[in-house]
Design a protein. Sequence first.
Length: 197
Amino acid sequence: MKPSRSVADIVALPALEAAPLLIGCVLKRNTNQGTISIKIVETEAYHQDDPASHTFRGKTLRTAPMFERGGHLYVYFTYGMHYCLNIVTGNNGIGEAVLIRAGEPLEGLDLIRNNRNKSDNDLISLTNGPGKLAQALGINNTKLSGKFIGPSTIDLLPARSLVNHKDIAVRPRVGISKAIDNPWRFYLANNLFVSRT
DNA sequence: CGACCGATTGACT
DNA sequence: GTCAATCGGTCGG
């Protein structure tokens, strides 16, 4: 059986290669109240040569974390009200990252509900979009942007079970107006928590 | 400094 | 299905 790659190996890859390999990996956040764990089920790759990327026009104060080496976090604020979480990948000096678009709660459901200000039994809408997933993790500012993955920020753990390459769908990205045909969105086919389009 | 717009979401027809 | 909310980043003048 082919051994699965370590998280360190994955984030060292270019975004386009790392994005599908991050499917199945687990985001973990430790809080005073307890632990939140979410399995990644949808990602998108962004790169400095890509007109849809924040880094296309060069490094700025906001996008500087994307130019750090793989394993840094990039958090940005958009539409005046939402935050989105990225895992930076690749080498120092290259502006690229993987947007975490959706996930499946594994641990800390009550904390997630609280972060999302929801109390009903609708599990899907807790984490089936990039803004929702970030909010579920308790991200309500950009303070984590530029930090490195880890237990004191947001940790990234290997997939708990092997993800079959055949179960990953490859499609054009969502919500962009440039380079709309590039199939750089990856998601776990048939997973209920994938974002609606 | 003003204008435009966005890697979205939730409410509503 | 449509559309408003809401504001920081970025760029042109």
